[in-house]
Design a protein around this ligand. Structure first.
Ligand code: FDM
Ligand code: MG
Length: 209
């Protein structure tokens, strides 16, 4: 492949239900790749540190009510506001790991009953991850991990619906990993998979190729 492809950073996305271990595992992957001498940035979506993120945070903490479509579009806009920075990083050779991305956007909104195809549209054209690590854990097992907090969506019954939607949108770039194992073994499995990825041209999400 061309030097441009060889030198670009990878976009690695962690997805999964609440309490599946995304934060822990994304942090551990970052540290491992840094040790290998790579440039790595760790992000999360929603990014609550922007003005849009502040509105999203209010919604998640139930201080604010919004129409389902309205909040869906805000989650997407919160990704788009960071895209130029994301592409710049990838092109300059930094690998970006994110804790959630557009797949959470679609799965959580579709779980409320919004049409799946409608949910995907605002995120069409975002940079496509080189790999989506999906941490699979049953909602029941997730609920046992320190229980859920007070945020919107943190209910076992709803999480079951979200899981169904995640399974509808997975594609060949997904690696589904059993998250019900110890932290270190899980990390090793993820790390090995990431190391096995071939460098390819950056594609865009959900565009017909
Ligand atoms: N969430 C997250 C969405 O509903 N749509 C999105 O686009 C994204 C990125 O926000 F319940 C939901 C998923 C979760 C909540 O996520 C906050 P974190 O990872 O707990 O901060
Ligand atoms: Mg949460």
């Amino acid at each position: 492949s061309s030097p441009l492809i060889e030198n670009r950073g990878q976009l690695i996305v962690f997805e999964g239900l609440d309490k599946s271990g995304k934060s822990t595992q994304s942090q551990k992957l970052k540290e491992a790749l840094l040790k290998d001498g790579q440039f790595v940035d760790l992000w999360s979506f929603p990014d609550r540190n922007t003005k849009l993120g502040d509105v999203i945070d209010s919604y998640l903490n139930k201080r604010l009510e919004l129409d389902d479509r309205s909040i869906h579009l805000l989650f997407s806009a919160n990704r788009w506001e960071k895209v130029s920075k994301l592409i710049k990083l990838l092109e300059s050779g930094t690998t970006v790991i994110t804790d959630r991305y557009a797949f959470s956007g679609v799965a959580y909104s579709a779980a409320k009953g919004l049409p799946l195809e409608w949910c995907k549209q605002p995120d069409v054209g975002l940079p496509k991850p080189d790999c989506v690590i999906f941490l699979q854990l049953s909602p029941e097992a997730g609920a046992k991990r320190n229980g859920f907090g007070e945020e919107r969506y943190e209910k076992t019954q709803f999480q079951n619906k979200v899981l169904e939607q995640f399974m509808q949108i997975k594609d060949e770039s997904w690696k589904i990993i059993n998250a019900d194992q110890n932290m270190e073994d899980l990390h090793q499995e993820i790390y090995k998979h990431i190391k096995s990825l071939k460098k390819e041209e950056l594609k865009r999400l959900w565009e017909k190729d």
